[in-house]
Design a protein around this ligand. Sequence first.
Ligand SMILES: *Cc1c(COP(=O)(O)O)cnc(C)c1O
Length: 357
Amino acid sequence: MRLIRNAVPKPVKVLAVVKADGYGHGAVQTARAAIAGGADMLAVAAVSEGAELREAGIMLPILVLGAVTAYDVSDGVRYSLTQTVCSPEMAELCEKAAAEQDKQTKVHLKIDTGMGRIGIRHENERDRILETLRSCPHVQLTGVFTHFSDADGDEDGIRYTRKQYERFLQMIEPLPKGIIRHCCNSAAIHRFPEMALDMVRAGISLYGYPPVPDTFGLVPCMTWKAAVSYVKELDADASVSYGRKYKSEKPIRTATVTCGYADGYHRACWEKGYVLIHGQRAKILGRVCMDQLVADISGIENVRPGDEAVLMGKCGSESITAEDIAGWAGTISYEILCSSAGRVERVYTESYTERSK
Ligand SMILES: *Cc1c(COP(=O)(O)O)cnc(C)c1O
């Protein structure tokens, strides 16, 4: 966060995206670290995630990126979350909930400039919402934003992003002055500093995985470890794990590791993946099971039950990144980071326990 904060010009605010449990790192700890690093605002996907941060004592403004729903709009108001509106009906839901609680509530308007997800696309929708908001005394419009769909893309993606940006500027032109305008995600923060406007939204980069080449010096935050639970010798022609997908050609030594797909380790990793034991690569043998996987430690000396198996992170001079795992599993680093499951204990090497500003 500090590196991103320093790279973005001072008058531009930096919002830290801590949705999906802080991209799997733990929402509250991540939020506290981001605040310590200079975040001006936080964002979550859903009201329930914002409520968790408030319950932990975090007072910074929090934007809910998902659209307002009748189901939790009242909680959004109760927890003083800034909610996202993209229809007159959503503005009215906010007004009703805020009036009932005799409270003022803040909203940001979402504009769809080419993502095709939530957000308004046309001037007439914008004007109808603005008109509705004028009759919502409990609702304050404090921001407007859009989201890029291809800011990390090739040249065509770059052109498309520029078009999205131009469209955003057009759509926000008649909005009242002083509201916070924001459009940059991580890729755009790195690639299009000229699009920063009043605030940028840093997600994946905060966790050390910038989606485009990085000049800020970011490093991955998360290390994921399990333990060796068992070591044994297998004869030639022994099969390992379900479906007998792996069969040893010669005698080998294996380590069983306490991690499986129920921990969020992708089952698809087995064909290409490895773990690190004693600083060396140990290839995964056969399918990843629910709670265990088996690795080849034939070339690795003195492995014993209780030894560390690094699934992601550094070990000696070797390292495995979320991008490596994503490559084995046919997905992206984002999905790897937020997939480690609830039973995987999180240990923080630096804690930010002070109450936030
Ligand atoms: C998730 C999200 C972000 C963060 O995206 P990164 O690519 O992780 O930086 C920003 N804005 C919105 C609307 C999002 O949903």
